[in-house]
Design a protein around this ligand. Structure first.
Ligand SMILES: C[S@@+](CC[C@H](N)C(=O)[O-])C[C@H]1O[C@@H](n2cnc3c(N)ncnc32)[C@H](O)[C@@H]1O
Length: 295
């Protein structure tokens, strides 16, 4: 056997799935240039699979409900590795009618992703939009409705903008791994002196480190309630194995009803109780007047 054939073919790695693009894994630095998988990249690949296993059934269900069509938009896409892996694993075998789009503010990253998609032959089903998430809702290249919204560590309020995008576009599913969000903590800070003496709950954020930590947890609680108010069933789990980030909360939301009045009321009550009524625009809820949505 020659030296070249002796070298383990990358496809022989048990972690690499049949048909998975070796070129892509190299471009994402999961495989080294010579196709090897070291301990670090093995862990990275495990993390990626851990996340994509939650999204695969959403893709299948959306396509089944949609005559095979799919529109998935990944917000704060960065190098678009989530979009690329999803396209490679679950879409390229049957690409008809499916689009995976990435929204990203850095043009160097959208340009690179476009080049990589062309190189891999994925360009017909992938789209890279150089735009802040908040402007994506009105972008003419994106359709009126989409099936899936993802946002993986999209910075600060980009996750909230992704949720607003998903609500406007009537997304069936959203998969969100939020990054740190500074807005809620900064509002807690602003109203702290006003709230002292008004409620013992202020102890939850009286000390600066608690303001930040409580603000971060509260942000995700408010996001979940907002999604529920808009008729989504929400599950929150830990994205295990994502050691490189402190932000490991995975929120999966599935639309199952038009809206939920009780969740909307709870969201507004929480904001009022915590002195955050000013955030009602950020965490907007449906208008339930003259409707008989679920209690
Ligand atoms: C921490 S990185 C995550 C990238 C990718 N999702 C990942 O997990 O590898 C966050 C990315 O979001 C982009 N970003 C931040 N705010 C944004 C916004 N408002 N709209 C679009 N992209 C944004 C940044 O440029 C950066 O590439």
């Amino acid at each position: 056997m020659s030296k070249a054939t002796k070298k383990a073919a990358p496809a022989a790695h048990p972690e690499i799935k049949p048909g998975q693009s070796i070129e892509l894994l190299k471009a994402l630095h999961i495989l080294t240039r010579d196709g090897a998988l070291n301990q670090d990249s093995r862990r990275k690949l495990k993390q990626v699979y851990h996340l994509t296993q939650f999204i695969e059934p959403l893709i299948e269900q959306a396509r089944a409900a949609n005559n095979g069509g799919l529109y998935l938009v990944d917000h704060g896409a960065g190098k678009s590795y989530l979009g690329f892996i999803l396209y490679d694993l679950y879409i390229k075998q049957n690409p008809q009618g499916a689009v995976v789009a990435g929204v990203e503010t850095r043009q160097d990253l959208t340009d690179k992703s476009q080049t990589l998609a062309e190189h891999l032959g994925f360009a017909a089903g992938m789209q890279f939009i150089n735009l802040p998430v908040a402007q994506a809702t009105e972008h003419p290249d994106l359709p009126e409705t989409v099936d899936i919204v993802t946002a993986l560590h999209a910075c600060n309020t980009a996750t909230d903008d992704a949720i607003a995008f998903g609500l406007k576009k009537q997304a069936r599913y959203m998969a969100l791994v939020p990054c740190c969000q500074a807005e809620v903590a900064s509002k807690l800070r602003e109203t702290k002196s006003l709230m002292l003496g008004k409620t013992p709950l202020v102890e939850l954020w009286r000390h600066p480190i608690h303001t930040r930590e409580f603000g971060s947890q509260l942000t995700n609680v408010l996001r979940c309630l907002q999604l529920e108010a808009h008729g989504y069933r929400v599950t929150v789990t830990e994205l295990v194995g994502w050691e490189h980030s402190m932000k490991n909360e995975l929120i999966i939301a599935k639309k199952h009803q038009r809206g939920n009045r009780k969740a909307a009321r709870q969201l507004h009550d929480m904001l009022d109780t915590l002195g955050l009524s000013l955030l009602k625009d950020r965490f907007f809820v449906p208008n339930f007047e003259n409707t008989s949505e679920s209690e």
